[in-house]
Write a protein that binds this ligand. Structure first.
Ligand SMILES: *[C@@H]1O[C@H](CO)[C@@H](O)[C@H](O)[C@H]1NC(C)=O
Ligand SMILES: *[C@@H]1O[C@H](CO)[C@@H](O)[C@H](O)[C@H]1NC(C)=O
Ligand SMILES: *[C@@H]1O[C@H](CO)[C@@H](O)[C@H](O)[C@H]1NC(C)=O
Ligand SMILES: *[C@@H]1O[C@H](CO)[C@@H](O)[C@H](O)[C@H]1NC(C)=O
Length: 327
């Protein structure tokens, strides 16, 4: 099979056990997510407030950001899975919740540099997978994400919908370029940047800990964890994500049984971050088209082919408890 790192359930028609969203028919972002579109997305809540997102990576563990726990301890957290809207989670039969029996923060996490901004949460008991609750595959060591990607929109344009899961596509910005924007050295190899350089689409507070995902050969793979940024959706300040592929060894050291599925994500073509003069390029969507036309007019290039690099970040929005680090 084409994903040697994915564990396949051979009893069930070779379905991979991670990264499959049977109810996700979406190609283009920019709308409320329909139920089941992103079945690995979880909401972390304390006293009924959503404070961070996260992703389910096997039946017992959630991956999220370390900075979510600056002032919250594991015993205060309830994890909601199968949730599509924070406003009806109690009446939604697809939603299950768990408390947290263990919190593991990466030992190299630094709140000043934002490096290694990741944490693992062990659920109090395992969850059963459904069409609404499925683990995401993680990007394996050596995965390559050229610039050009997708994420969640965070705006206040529809405040009444603030509790609904929204989705948006944005491009990955190469680390070299991102370092130029943020200040050389601030963006480490442990981070991925994504955002429109023209501004207007970005993750923001409340999205922290949530996944940045890309689809490859029908399987969704998590590239990043929402970490920090300067403001939200500001021109020339893309969002920063923890680069999941740098942490395969560490994650596998913490989760010793029933390990999450790791998939090597491969970008083909030429890395636009290294070479400015290339890039055959296909549109991902009409909205994206307009924006990218603008970007091309100011000299941007994306070395992506359609479908190859659709990266999304999902935000479970909440007015109540903003938490992405904004610097
Ligand atoms: C993101 O928010 C902006 C501002 O409200 C809006 O114009 C745009 O359509 C949104 N994009 C998506 C993809 O939701
Ligand atoms: C929950 O709310 C969302 C958004 O309003 C809606 O699409 C979904 O159908 C609701 N689910 C249930 C089970 O009521
Ligand atoms: C923490 O960082 C040090 C220095 O870069 C590195 O040698 C070590 O392996 C890291 N620890 C983990 C758990 O990754
Ligand atoms: C891709 O890399 C090129 C070269 O550094 C850069 O100019 C461009 O902004 C990048 N494209 C995107 C979408 O980030």
């Amino acid at each position: 099979n084409s994903h040697p790192c994915v564990k396949y359930n051979t009893a069930l028609f070779l379905l991979p056990v991670c990264g499959v969203a049977p109810l996700n028919t979406k190609i283009v972002g920019g709308q409320d997510a329909s139920p089941g579109s992103w079945p690995w997305q979880v909401s972390l809540q304390t006293n009924d407030f959503h404070f961070c997102g996260g992703s389910l990576i096997n039946s017992n563990w959630v991956l999220t950001a370390a900075h979510c726990f600056a002032s919250i301890t594991a015993s205060q957290v309830t994890v909601y899975l199968g949730d599509q809207s924070l406003s009806n989670q109690t009446s939604n039969p697809n939603v299950v919740s768990r408390s947290v029996s263990q919190l593991i923060i990466h030992p190299n996490y630094s709140s000043s540099t934002h490096d290694s901004d990741l944490a693992l949460l062990k659920l109090s008991s395992s969850v059963t997978f459904t069409n609404y609750i499925t683990p995401i595959c993680l990007a394996a060591a050596g995965s390559k994400f050229f610039n050009g990607t997708l994420t969640w929109n965070r705006t206040n344009s529809k405040p009444s919908d603030v509790n609904t899961l929204l989705e948006v596509q944005i491009p990955v910005v190469g680390n070299r370029k991102c370092n130029c924007l943020y200040g050389v050295g601030d963006i480490t190899d442990n981070m991925v940047c994504a955002g429109l350089l023209a501004g207007g689409k970005d993750s923001c507070q409340g999205d922290s800990g949530g996944p940045l995902v890309s689809k490859q050969s029908g399987v969704w793979v998590q590239a990043g964890i929402v970490s920090f940024g300067i403001g939200c959706a500001q021109p020339n300040y893309p969002g920063l994500y923890t680069r999941v592929s740098q942490y395969q060894d560490w994650i596998n050291q913490q989760i010793t049984s029933n390990q999450p599925g790791f998939v090597t994500f491969t970008s083909t073509g030429t890395d636009g971050d290294l070479n400015r003069n290339v890039a055959p390029y296909l549109l991902l969507s009409q909205i994206f088209h307009l924006v990218m036309d603008h970007m091309f007019s100011i000299g941007e290039r994306s070395g992506l082919q359609e479908g190859q690099f659709s990266t999304w970040t999902l935000l479970l929005r909440s007015k109540a408890f903003p938490e992405r680090d904004v610097i």
